[in-house]
Design a protein around this ligand. Structure first.
Ligand SMILES: C[S@@+](CC[C@H](N)C(=O)[O-])C[C@H]1O[C@@H](n2cnc3c(N)ncnc32)[C@H](O)[C@@H]1O
Length: 456
């Protein structure tokens, strides 16, 4: 078995934390042993075999890192990143610094004409999800019709306008709640996405994946979507396969993330009507979404099941990605006098609160959080507000071997997302935390890409 050996050039560029690198190497080796993936990762490649990638909503390049780590065949030829909330374009600056300015676009995607985007084989992107973020409750979320959620229609526009040249493959990411939002019409947003992709001629597979369930260092649950243009090899194979078998054994997600059926329930239905009636009527009056955590849609026919992970490979813990206490700048340590505030915020609470609109009093309660965070398991989810010294319920706090309490440094946040060390260096610590709170766990993209690369 040839272990994964990066080239010099690659090594210089990708300096991953040891546990992350070892995880990735083992994944490649296990994949080879199981003959699920290529017998040899294809680092040597000819132009013809390149899989041309366009990365939208690129952030600091999470998709690109995962794809390139899976195989050198994935070549990102164009990418777009523009942050509407700030003048300084930190993510774009970092992206261009790490990967080069060629093919990088820092404009509002809504203003980019489709003719400016080159044809590609794979279009990927984590479309913005502020409306569903963990910081807001689903009940208050505007779903896909929310302020930023409408950016889905930019992906849709680009695919539609590309017409017959639209990419054969899509890889998309969003929050796990996408499958059940909005609260007053469960599953409507996902139904709109699926129906519009079906109308554009795509077969779509999805799975909610928690990175930690597959040994990665962060508990981060996200919806991953892969789609294949009808008529291509993978779409045909999906069409010919028993649906359940595809979802648990033969499909891209099943191979990348082995799983087993959790409940025998199968949710099978057709998404009927044009997009505006899907939007108005889908699942109206029902309490729960018909979309389970694993599924496939072919020609608007949905088959969805509940699966659970079947994984026994290597695991990375929070403790394994930490840097030495002596290298941590003093500002990350929590002053003794602030500890009670942190303890209070992290603790169990049961409070009387008054609804500002109705004036009605209600009981608010929240459970205790781990304080300090456990080092012997994967970390909790990183959120965008992870940076800054202010006490918070959600920021990670660890206890050092020296007995002091501290927050995580940006490098550790990068490692929790399996990014190369120092990837976001050059902007403030607060921004680095924000960028990592927005990013994805690159190991997930890598595993999906290993399967796709074999089949494309
Ligand atoms: C969920 S994040 C994706 C992060 C990315 N996957 C990564 O690994 O860093 C969504 C990204 O879309 C960008 N964005 C938001 N609105 C945009 C717009 N109108 N045009 C282009 N990019 C936009 C945000 O700045 C953010 O970086």
């Amino acid at each position: 078995m040839t272990p994964y050996t990066p080239t010099n050039e690659e090594e210089n560029r990708w300096t991953f934390c040891e546990s992350v690198a070892e995880y990735s190497n083992t994944t490649h080796r296990m994949a080879q042993q199981l003959s699920l993936f290529p017998t040899e990762p294809s680092y040597r490649t000819t132009k013809d075999s390149d899989i041309k990638v366009v990365e939208l909503f690129a952030g600091v390049g999470g998709f690109r890192i995962g794809l390139e780590r899976a195989s050198r065949r994935f070549v990102t030829i164009w990418n777009n990143q523009w942050e509407p909330s700030t003048k300084k374009q930190d993510a774009s600056i970092i992206y261009a610094k790490r990967f080069g300015a060629e093919g990088h676009s820092n404009e509002d995607i809504a203003t980019v004409p489709t003719s400016a985007i080159p044809n590609c084989d794979l279009l990927c992107g984590g479309f913005p999800c502020q409306d569903y973020s963990v910081a807001t409750t689903l009940r208050h979320s505007g779903g896909i019709e929310g302020k930023k959620g409408v950016l889905w229609w930019q992906i849709h526009r680009i695919l539609r306008e590309m017409g017959k040249d639209a990419p054969q493959f899509l890889m998309l990411e969003n929050v796990d709640r996408l499958l059940v939002s909005p609260a007053n019409q469960r599953g409507r947003d996902f139904a709109i996405i699926l129906a519009s992709l079906a109308d554009l001629g795509y077969v779509v597979e999805w799975r909610i994946i928690n990175a930690a369930d597959y040994g990665m260092p962060q508990r981060r649950r996200r919806t991953y979507i892969v789609a294949y243009k009808q008529g291509n090899k993978i779409a045909n194979a999906a069409g010919q396969s028993d649906r359940r078998k595809w979802l648990t054994e033969n499909g891209t997600m099943a191979k990348a993330f082995p799983c087993q059926v959790k409940k025998e329930t199968i949710s099978e239905f057709k998404i009927e009507g044009d997009l505006s009636s899907v939007s108005a009527d889908f699942n109206k009056g029902q309490k729960s979404s018909p979309f389970l955590n694993t599924g496939i849609m072919i020609g608007r026919n949905v088959c969805s099941i509940d699966t659970e992970p079947a994984y026994s490979g290597p695991m990375i813990t929070l403790g394994q990605i930490l840097i030495d206490e002596k290298d941590v700048p003093e500002c990350f340590f929590i002053p003794e006098e602030d500890l009670p505030k942190w303890e209070y915020l992290k603790g169990h609470k049961s409070l009387k609160r008054v609804n500002k609109e109705t004036g009605i009093e209600y009981n608010y309660s929240e459970g205790a959080m781990a304080f300090p965070d456990y080092l012997d398991r994967a970390s909790r989810t990183i959120i965008t507000g992870e940076g800054g010294t202010g006490p918070s319920r959600f920021k990670h706090v660890i206890k050092t071997p020296g007995g002091r309490y501290r927050r995580l440094v940006p490098l550790e946040l990068e490692r929790l997302n399996m990014f190369p060390d120092h990837h976001t260096a050059g902007v403030t610590d607060m921004r680095r935390a924000f960028l990592m709170g927005n990013a994805l766990v690159t190991g997930i993209v890598e595993r999906i890409a290993l399967v796709l690369e074999k089949n494309i």
